[in-house]
Design a protein around this ligand. Structure first.
Ligand SMILES: [Zn+2]
Length: 270
């Protein structure tokens, strides 16, 4: 029996949006009853849930195909429509890890994401470090966001990304309990620090490999640099022969190996 939890060192933790949002507002319960069940599973969902049931986070796919997943965290925001427009012009699917409390200000954006063939993941309600919360509070962060996603799109998400990439066995267990696959990233652009567009492009191109999951941001602050970089990122990756998939399609078509997953965000070396 192969032990899945052994993993290579994971040099992907760290980059994410600032912490200020975590203390701003209390968690607001969902005000309407979701139209779909949070446990509802499609055929592709079942495979994602099965990987999640191994008690791991994934940070990339298996690398058998020259395909990558663009992921955008911290939205929806005023910049998300620009990103959706660029993705549509280039016929590129992506995955959006949304912050629950931002959905209320931009409810139509999630519907556009689904309509364009993108995938939505849960990035908590208000972006706390989940490793510092009790299991009950972790659960509230996930359930409230899942309900907001269901209310906006009619479909539950099967993906979870921890703010700051901060996961622990407890956080992964909470994701697993909610039939979510915990997804980290391999290629970190640190775009939330607002470097110029050329730097963001360079960071993608210097780190990319088949099966990589690329971290970008469509919220959490002004994302003009990310919007400016995105057309060139897509053009350069296509020039090198890369295709694009949602995280779900990438993972199901090119399953992660033991070295593509870990029990915490730092990886396990022994
Ligand atoms: Zn984030």
């Amino acid at each position: 029996m192969v032990v899945i939890i052994a993993a290579i060192g994971l040099a992907t933790r760290g980059g994410d949006a600032p912490t200020s949002r975590a203390t701003a507002d209390p968690v607001i319960p969902s005000v309407t009853t979701p139209s779909a069940s949070a446990d509802q599973l499609g055929p592709l969902d079942q495979e994602l849930v099965s990987i999640g049931q191994k008690g791991v986070s994934i940070h990339r796919a298996g690398g058998r195909r020259k395909v990558v997943a663009l992921t955008f965290d911290d939205g929806p925001s005023k910049d998300t429509p620009s990103i959706l427009s660029i993705l549509k012009q280039n016929n590129v699917p992506a995955t959006f890890f949304v912050v629950g409390r931002e959905i209320q200000a931009h409810p139509e954006v999630l519907g556009q994401e689904i309509a364009q063939g993108h995938q939505i993941g849960i990035h908590t309600w208000d972006h706390p470090d989940m490793t510092k919360l009790s299991s009950a509070k972790q659960q509230t962060q996930i359930v409230d966001t899942q309900n907001a996603i269901i209310n906006a799109t009619g479909t539950p998400s099967r993906l979870f990304r921890a703010p700051y990439g901060a996961v622990s066995p407890s956080v992964i267990a909470t994701a697993e309990k909610n039939k979510l696959l915990s997804v980290l990233w391999e290629t970190d652009t640190n775009d939330w620090q607002r470097p110029d567009a050329a730097t963001i492009v360079q960071r993608v191109m210097s780190q990319v490999s088949p099966g990589t999951i690329i971290l970008l941001h469509d919220g959490g602050g002004d994302r003009a640099s990310t919007v400016a970089a995105l057309p060139t990122i897509i053009k350069e990756l296509k020039k090198q022969g890369y295709g694009f998939a949602t995280v779900g399609d990438l993972v199901v078509s090119d399953p992660p190996t033991a070295s593509d997953m870990s029990v915490d965000g730092k990886g396990v070396t022994e």
